[in-house]
Design a protein around this ligand. Structure first.
Ligand SMILES: Nc1nc2c(c(=O)[nH]1)N[C@H]1C(S)=C(S)[C@@H](COP(=O)(O)OP(=O)(O)OC[C@H]3O[C@@H](n4cnc5c(N)ncnc54)[C@H](O)[C@@H]3O)O[C@H]1N2
Ligand code: MOO
Length: 390
């Protein structure tokens, strides 16, 4: 049995980073850039009006004759001579001859002439100059940056429709157990509803992963190894729920061996989720999650989620979300790291009742998981503890 730190460090050192792929701009949010991104055009591409108003060539005059109208997107634009003005709108291309835009609020118009107070405006005002956002060839985004909606707007503004990002992994989920029934069907004697599938799919959706194949398997050794072999051929990360403990109908460990998965570790000194298994095969990762739902939740959030984030190019994915003082006492089994359903408030974090690994009720209130390290399992009110956002 290895410690939580050892298990995390093995995965951190084993989990690969996904290859670079070109992602559609509109789907790129929350991906990480796999290369620096440069602009191939300058933006704005032309001088344009920053306000709705009138364009003039600045002079000593305080009135001008309006000779044309220019709308945003207009292509036919006549030059403006001294003493003339054009009606112009925000975003419209500035005609030759114009060097200042007077906002319409500052203008008095009488027929085709405009008048304004020259004290209230300066020469050169309200023009967005060509190239004032960026020049062609400028690096806009570095490699390793999380793509936000703002970045998507920036990339669109320079005409980029495909973004080089780290590829998201394709995930296979194998739910084992003769007793497991999918929600929406009728339970028979001895059966229970599958909670682990929804837990895993919820996490994967939060990570923006849509390529997920799920199968439900009876407890059967051959079926388990055959399905693992099939999933290894078509997925990057495989997650198996249940069947990894020591019972006579637990076949996942044997299935892993038969499918050629190389064990990275089996059993971690933690609660819940002690019989947690991790393995690798040709750059793919395979996880065997202990079947109790809180073990599935804990092992996914502590190990699989950071591995997937690392795969997708994120850094700092293994760190806790923060540290806060405990609002109640805790005493756990020595030598085991405890991951506890808890509720975080502004000033502290409170461990919830119902910590058994079959018992999901505390997830109705929990917003964090608290970590109590194996070296110091007795905690008093006010002791600072690490927490991870749910
Ligand atoms: N003699 C021992 N028995 C057990 C040990 C041990 O060390 N020695 N470890 C216990 C711990 S801790 C856990 S966790 C479980 C893990 O067992 P398995 O991974 O083999 O899982 P199963 O036996 O298949 O299921 C355990 C439990 O979880 C329920 N389950 C399974 N799948 C689902 C699902 N999709 N949704 C909801 N609930 C599920 C299942 O019905 C069982 O109640 O082993 C302990 N035993
Ligand atoms: O890992 Mo088990 O979840 O402690 O019951």
């Amino acid at each position: 049995m290895i410690s939580v730190q050892e298990a995390k460090s093995i995965l951190k050192n084993t989990c690969p980073i996904g290859a670079c792929e070109l992602q559609d701009l509109n789907l790129a949010v929350d991906s990480i850039t796999a290369k620096p991104i440069k602009a191939s055009i300058e933006t704005p591409a032309f001088d344009n009006a920053a306000m709705d108003g009138y364009g003039i060539a600045w002079s000593s005059d305080d009135n001008y004759q309006v000779v044309s109208t220019i709308q945003a997107g207009s292509k036919k634009i006549n030059n403006i001579a001294s003493g003339q003005a054009c009606r112009i709108f925000t975003g419209a291309k500035i005609p030759q001859g114009v060097d200042t835009i007077i906002p319409q609020e500052l203008i008095k118009r009488k027929e085709d002439r405009i008048y304004f107070d020259k004290q209230r405006i300066q020469k050169g005002a309200n023009i967005r100059l060509k190239g004032s956002q960026n020049r062609a060839g400028d690096t806009l985004i570095d490699q390793g940056v999380l793509i936000t909606p703002g970045i998507m707007g920036l990339l669109a503004s320079v005409g980029i429709d495909k973004v080089p990002v780290y590829r998201k992994p394709s995930i296979g989920i194998i739910l084992t157990g003769n007793e497991i029934k999918t929600v929406g069907t009728e339970l028979e004697e001895g059966e229970i509803y599958d909670a682990n599938g929804p837990i895993l799919k919820g996490f994967l959706r939060q990570l923006g992963i849509n390529t997920v194949e799920t199968v439900n398997l009876k407890d059967d050794e051959k079926l388990t190894s055959q399905t693992l072999v099939r999933f290894l051929a078509s997925h990057d990360i495989i997650i198996v729920s249940g069947g990894i403990s020591v019972g006579e109908y637990d076949f996942v460990k044997q299935g892993m061996d038969q499918a050629g998965v190389e064990e990275l570790f089996y059993k971690v000194s933690q609660r819940p989720g002690k019989p947690f298994y991790a393995g690798a095969n040709s750059g793919k990762l395979v996880f065997g999650l202990p079947g109790n739902p809180c073990a599935v939740f804990t092992c996914f959030s502590q190990y699989i989620k950071p591995s997937i984030l690392q795969w997708m190019g994120h850094s700092d994915c293994w760190e806790p979300s923060g540290f806060l003082p405990l609002e109640n006492t805790f005493s756990g089994k020595n030598g085991f790291t405890h991951f506890l359903k808890a509720k975080k408030s502004q000033n502290g974090v409170s461990i919830l009742s119902g910590q058994e690994s079959f018992n999901l009720i505390a997830y109705g209130k929990a917003n964090v998981t608290v970590e109590i390290p194996a070296e110091h399992t007795i905690k008093a009110v006010g002791d600072r503890v690490a927490y991870y956002n749910c």
